[in-house]
Design a protein around this ligand. Structure first.
Ligand code: SF4
Length: 264
């Protein structure tokens, strides 16, 4: 593991009395701005998957997960119909989440390797996970219009994270394209031409007001389509997340080449 410079400290820019992340999350879960997604998330919650027949599905927008003073943001795509849309927490209750949380655990950024339900004790250290679309879409494919409608939520979340966030890992090309205008709305300057997505892509964004810059990292999405085929391996994911954590100044978070099993 290489040693990174200590994170430079910048003053918090949130005005006294302004919205908090908890308030944003509270407001988000009542959003019904996308008719197709509202219908799908609620229909999925009613009909359920047989394996989860005894679950009371969440069936609402899924807010970001992680501390409000996170140094690293992870931006996915949208909740899964029977994952986040069932459990009410990002990447919780599906294989993609287990893949992601296992990597975070290996890096010391999560206290558990698995995520099964809200209240399972999972905690993240210095990391906040969110998405550009907060409701489960049919076939995991939001429309461009739904992406744009949901953008203000992501922009507000990123703006609230600005005092502490120093790097962002974007999972997949959809998230990469969606996050650029949200980052601009949150106060960072996106270079022109815009950085191109790729696994391992890296770009530094200046803050428009002279505040802290943000280092952006591209990573293949943790979907089963990528992880089952070996396009994204655990080592590849650990490498990107560990590098992002180091860039953000999170101590002791370099990739562990020989991670321990989950003791829980
Ligand atoms: S996707 Fe976003 S904007 Fe659309 S209904 Fe869900 S929370 Fe609201």
């Amino acid at each position: 593991m290489t040693t990174s410079e200590p994170a430079r400290s910048y003053p918090a820019r949130r005005a006294p009395g302004a919205e908090t992340l908890a308030e944003l999350d509270e407001a988000l879960i009542d959003c019904r701005a996308c008719p197709r997604l509202v219908e799908w998330r609620e229909e999925t919650a009613r009909t359920k998957r047989r394996a989860y027949a005894d679950w009371d599905y969440w069936g609402r927008p899924v807010p970001g997960f992680g501390p409000p003073d996170a140094s690293v943001a992870i931006v996915g795509l949208a909740p899964a119909a029977h994952g986040g849309n069932r459990t009410g927490r990002m990447f919780t209750g599906d294989r993609a989440g287990d893949f992601l949380y296992s990597a975070l655990y290996d890096l010391g950024l999560a206290n558990r390797r698995t995520a099964t339900h809200r209240g399972d004790g999972l905690e993240l250290r210095g990391v906040r996970i969110t998405s550009p679309v907060h409701c489960a879409p049919p076939a995991n494919r939001p429309t461009p219009g739904e992406r744009d409608t949901c953008r203000p939520w992501l922009a507000r979340e990123l703006r609230l994270l600005r005092p502490t966030v120093r790097s962002a890992v974007v999972l997949g090309a959809f998230g990469w394209q969606a996050v650029m205008p949200a980052l601009e709305a949150a106060g960072w300057s996106v270079p022109r031409p815009r950085p191109v997505f790729g696994h391992g892509a890296r770009s530094t964004l200046r803050a428009a007001d002279g505040g802290a810059p943000l280092t952006l990292f591209g990573c293949y999405h943790v979907s089963q389509q990528n992880t089952f085929t070996g396009r994204l391996t655990p080592a590849m994911l650990r490498e990107v997340l560990g590098t992002a954590a180091e860039a953000a100044g999170l101590p002791g978070s370099g990739p562990d080449p020989d991670p321990d099993p989950d003791p829980s």
